[in-house]
Design a protein around this ligand. Structure first.
Ligand SMILES: [Zn+2]
Ligand SMILES: [Zn+2]
Ligand SMILES: [Zn+2]
Length: 489
């Protein structure tokens, strides 16, 4: 009697054997390899047809039905490393190139930008009460914390309040919730401060100088975001023109200091009174040097920004998913057909997808989340969407932004990658003996796609694990061979 395979092997292996028996196992493997280890690929069903309108001839056609598994897999494209390490690496690499191009040129940005004044600026939140710290004094020697202990570098209490009972949690959450607005007001004040410092009318300054920004948010241990930004001076027509001679790094440094001190937002609330949102006293303005020499090189700065761009609030020890119950959007009730409020059955009226008290987080993060949730009940803060963003401690998630003039866009980089893949596919077609398409013909493309599901088949998951292993090994080798900044290239 022959043993039945179904009883002795795992379902994943059984599925892999099934895949190996499809009409084109090479293509199955290729599809998985193209995803470069994405953890939750999108499964699509549909077709794309490219025709020559003059001859009505079909130049290219693709149908997911023809795939051995009957569907097309595409990457999830998630930016966050905690969700998809593979796609976040692609995002980090794109961000690196975007920031790098804005600093040293390339990818449609003039190479002369590397001679423009450029600064790496860090802006922080003010204090909302004393926290446990681990900071060396000015001689570099470790300094004991206010609590009298010498905390090790990885002590989980670092950044948490010395006295949680008196810590201004409301102020901290509202600061995070307004940080983006504070930044945009800062950019306006920066222009004003620069004009004032140089003694030039605002209008003349605006006509002669363009200021472009690229910024990224990072969470500090105390649960507040701070911003790292690249600021560059350009001439009147942007990156292709040199800035006027008076627009120096030193002038920028003075103007940042003035703007940091002056930028403020006043918010009023019947429940909590008047609050003023300002920057903290600690800010940094460092010159960015051209490739190779100096403390902060183009590559180093681009590397920092790329790294921060793939993180969310993990640094502050919170969770990476919204706590808002989706069916009732946090309200705890849904409107029934009769117009009356019905208790939401998904969250049992709590409004939370997971109860805050059960989250696997530290007390400080939990208190920030709780405060955000409580403030979310106030109608004057409805626009801050604090229920949706409570897990981000109030910050509404625009992790990296840049002004239009700064550099190329992530979309352009994605288009470039798509074009490269199409060119690859085209080259393969030519090798297979198909006629080439004439570049001068205008072709018409029609397509129709529908979403099927997310994830791999069990057998594909095994292939993906192999792909991840291979690329991890390739990365290790690349890292050994190259210097820090070049790894992203
Ligand atoms: Zn992915
Ligand atoms: Zn301490
Ligand atoms: Zn609900």
């Amino acid at each position: 009697m022959r043993p039945c395979l179904h009883h002795v092997i795992s379902p994943a292996l059984r599925d892999l054997i099934e895949l190996a028996n499809t009409h084109d196992f090479d293509r199955v493997q290729q599809q998985v390899r193209d995803l470069r280890g994405c953890t939750s690929p999108i499964n699509l069903h549909g077709w794309t047809l490219t025709t020559d309108p003059a001859t009505k001839e079909v130049v290219r056609s693709y149908r997911s039905e023809d795939e051995p598994t009957g569907r097309l897999l595409t990457t999830c494209g998630n930016r966050r490393a905690s969700r998809c390490p593979a796609c976040s690496r692609v995002y980090a690499a794109d961000t690196y190139h975007l920031i790098k191009a804005g600093l040293s040129g390339g990818k449609t940005v003039a190479e002369t930008v590397r001679h423009h004044p450029r600064a790496f600026v860090t802006l922080t939140a003010p204090s909302f009460g004393p926290v446990h710290h681990h900071k060396p004094d000015h001689t570099g020697n470790p300094r004991p914390c206010h609590c009298g202990t010498q905390h090790p570098e990885d002590d989980p209490v670092l950044g948490t309040p010395l006295n949680p009972a008196t810590y201004d949690y409301t102020g901290a959450v509202l600061w995070n919730a307004h940080a983006g607005q504070l930044w945009s007001r800062f950019t306006t004040y920066l222009r004003r401060a620069l004009a004032e410092h140089l003694g030039i009318p605002q209008k003349s300054l605006n006509a002669a100088l363009r200021i472009s920004f690229a910024k990224v948010a990072e969470y500090q241990k105390r649960g507040l975001v701070h911003f790292h930004a690249v600021i560059r001076f350009d001439g009147p027509d942007g990156h292709t023109t040199p800035p006027p001679p008076w627009a120096t790094f030193d002038a920028l440094k003075v103007a940042v200091g003035l703007a940091v001190g002056r930028t403020r937002l006043t918010i009023e609330s019947a429940a909590i009174g008047e609050h003023t949102i300002t920057w903290g006293d600690r800010y940094k303005v460092d010159p960015i040097t051209a490739l190779g020499d100096g403390e902060l090189t183009d590559a180093k700065v681009a590397g920092y920004v790329a790294k921060y761009a793939t993180k969310n609030a993990e640094g502050a020890g919170t969770v990476d998913r919204t706590l808002m119950c989706r069916p009732c959007t946090g309200r705890g009730y849904v409107r029934g057909p009769d117009g009356f409020h019905d208790r939401c059955t998904d969250c049992d009226g709590a409004g939370q997808a997971e109860p805050i008290k059960a989250l696997p987080v530290q007390q400080h993060a939990r208190q920030m989340i709780r405060t955000a949730w409580a403030l979310g009940h106030l109608p004057e803060f409805a626009h801050l969407k604090l229920w949706k963003w409570a897990h981000m401690l109030g910050f509404r998630g625009h992790f990296s932004t840049k002004s239009r003039a700064y550099s190329t866009t992530l979309g352009a980089l994605r288009d470039q990658r798509r074009a490269w893949r199409l060119a690859q596919a085209e080259a393969a077609r030519i090798r297979a003996g198909h006629p080439t398409t004439d570049d001068n013909t205008t072709l018409v493309t029609a397509s129709s796609w529908t979403y099927l599901s997310t994830g791999y088949r069990p057998g594909e998951e095994l292939l993906a694990a192999q792909a991840r292993h291979d690329s991890a090994r390739a990365r290790d080798e690349a890292e050994r061979a190259k210097t820090e900044g070049e790894v992203w290239q």
